[in-house]
Design a protein around this ligand. Structure first.
Ligand SMILES: Cc1cc2nc3c(=O)[nH]c(=O)nc-3n(C[C@H](O)[C@H](O)[C@H](O)COP(=O)(O)OP(=O)(O)OC[C@H]3O[C@@H](n4cnc5c(N)ncnc54)[C@H](O)[C@@H]3O)c2cc1C
Length: 443
């Protein structure tokens, strides 16, 4: 196994910690589960802490190295073993990226549903954060699309969780426990991913609205209708402009201030036509100023703009991002509140989000603020935002996780009794607090 003590800078940083590299003692690049086990056993013998690293596209500093930890990057575990049509699973190593899977399945009639914006993310990392993405409204999040996996525990033992069976009433559900655990309970190494037949026909549509309220009505109408879009995304001028500047490409002109971008799929042209007509009617009834069916080329362009909003935000300078989720009927009020807070705390904001899931991405931008003002305004923004989200029944994170960035706000959402159960699980599986310590919560 390749081990480096001279750690390349990129592993010491995260998206949110660009200027303040952390510290680690070494980084290992295993190629098999056995090597991961060997690494963990060594760390136990030498009493070292371990941080699992995927592709480092995470947005919560969950791979940020502290206390001379031992880093373990899964990027050399990048083999797609096989596609099993009998069980409709794809067997992969955890370092395989979403882009690799997309390309591998391109010549087959199948697809893997989770579709987070960054296709360089590893499947192990997306399991670590329980990533969501554009198609979660229809196909669920990462958790819903993993059938089983091997995980190396904090003592170096390996267990297999999940199974290829459709049902399971055989004791506690350990499969869902390690997903979303941000590497604090074990290292996922080999995975069986659920694949599905690719629908034959699809149509993307964009609807423009004069205000957010119209969008809200449309979202509400769509989610309670029998129409099941595979994506339903909110876009706003603020976010679109960052993306356009980043990819140097303009969005087709659509009348309105706020937009809903949706994709519908079906296996029969008639079925698709029925859905398209129905959703367009819903949009118009909710007050859409323009409803436009996109040609395949326009759709590619529009989704490229959507996928690159965050890249555009990253490129403009310092920023911070929040990904709260609220019950669907609270979605628009959350966006309005988040905007008002931007004005109150003098922070430039940009919004986009998985509208069908009640999940908004809020970006606040530093612009020319001094270090001190930037730190203070972010804190003040967060101290107003999160209690509000909690009050309306929402959650701290929909899909990016907690990591270091949101750790202090977990108590707004989970009471002491709940936190005590989390700590008991952590200490049962990792009594020495070896696995990614300090991420998500302090033991
Ligand atoms: C431009 C952009 C767009 C994005 N869009 C989305 C989006 O639409 N939806 C969304 O959900 N996220 C999105 N993200 C966030 C990010 O892509 C996800 O959080 C992704 O799941 C991280 O995967 P990774 O391989 O980069 O993991 P890393 O960032 O390397 O790690 C993330 C966490 O998983 C743990 N981990 C990594 N590998 C393993 C493993 N093998 N076993 C156990 N734990 C492990 C790490 O310790 C860490 O806690 C976006 C990020 C960017 C930069």
């Amino acid at each position: 196994m390749k081990i480096e003590k001279n750690i390349p800078d990129k592993y010491l940083k995260t998206y949110m910690e660009e200027d303040r590299p952390g510290s680690a003692e070494l980084i290992a690049f295993p190629t098999s589960t056995e090597e991961v086990q060997e690494f963990v056993r060594d760390a136990v013998l030498q009493n070292k802490t371990i941080i699992p690293v995927g592709s480092q596209t995470g947005l919560t500093s969950a791979t940020y190295p502290v206390d001379n930890a031992w880093l373990i990057s899964l990027e050399h575990m990048n083999q797609i073993h096989d596609l099993d049509e009998q069980t409709m699973t794809l067997n992969v190593q955890a370092g395989v990226t979403l882009a690799q899977i997309r390309d591998y399945l391109a010549d087959t009639p199948y697809f893997y549903a989770p579709d987070p914006g960054n296709k360089n993310a590893s499947v192990g990392g997306t399991a670590g954060t329980n990533a969501g993405g554009m198609r979660a409204i229809s196909y669920g999040v990462t958790r819903d699309n993993i059938r089983g996996y091997d995980v190396v525990l904090a003592n170096g033992e390996k267990i297999h969780v999940g199974s290829l069976n459709k049902k399971d009433a055989t004791g506690y559900d350990l499969k869902d426990l390690f997903i979303g655990a941000e590497g604090t309970l074990g290292i996922i190494t080999e995975m069986q991913l659920k694949i599905m037949p690719r629908p034959a026909y699809e149509q993307s549509i964009i609807m423009g609205f004069a205000s957010l309220n119209g969008v809200s009505n449309a979202i509400f109408e769509v989610v309670k209708s029998p129409i099941q879009p595979v994506a339903l995304e909110l876009l706003e001028e603020s976010g679109i402009e960052y993306s356009e500047a980043f990819i140097n490409q303009k969005m087709e002109k659509v009348e309105g201030e706020a937009f809903l971008l949706t994709t519908l799929v079906d296996n029969a042209p008639d079925g698709l036509a029925f859905q398209v007509k129905a959703i367009e009617e819903l949009g118009r009834r909710a007050g859409a100023t323009e409803v436009r069916e996109l040609s395949p080329e326009e759709a590619v362009n529009m989704w490229l703009i959507r996928d690159n909003i965050l890249n555009g935000v990253v490129a403009q300078g310092d920023w911070k991002m929040y990904d709260p989720v609220v019950p669907n009927h609270e979605f628009t009020d959350l966006v309005i509140k988040a905007k008002e807070l931007g004005t109150k705390h003098r922070l430039q904001t940009a919004f986009f989000g998985h509208a069908g899931d009640g999940n908004i991405h809020i970006c606040v931008m530093r612009e020319d603020q001094s270090d001190e003002v930037w730190e203070d305004s972010k804190q003040a923004y967060e101290h107003d935002l999160f209690p509000y989200v909690s009050e309306v029944g929402g959650l701290l994170s929909a899909e990016h996780g907690v990591g270091l960035e949101k750790r202090e706000y977990l108590p707004y959402f989970k009471d002491e009794a709940y936190m005590s159960v989390l700590r008991s699980i952590k200490s049962a599986l990792d009594p020495d607090n070896r696995m990614n310590p300090g991420k998500m919560f302090e033991v």
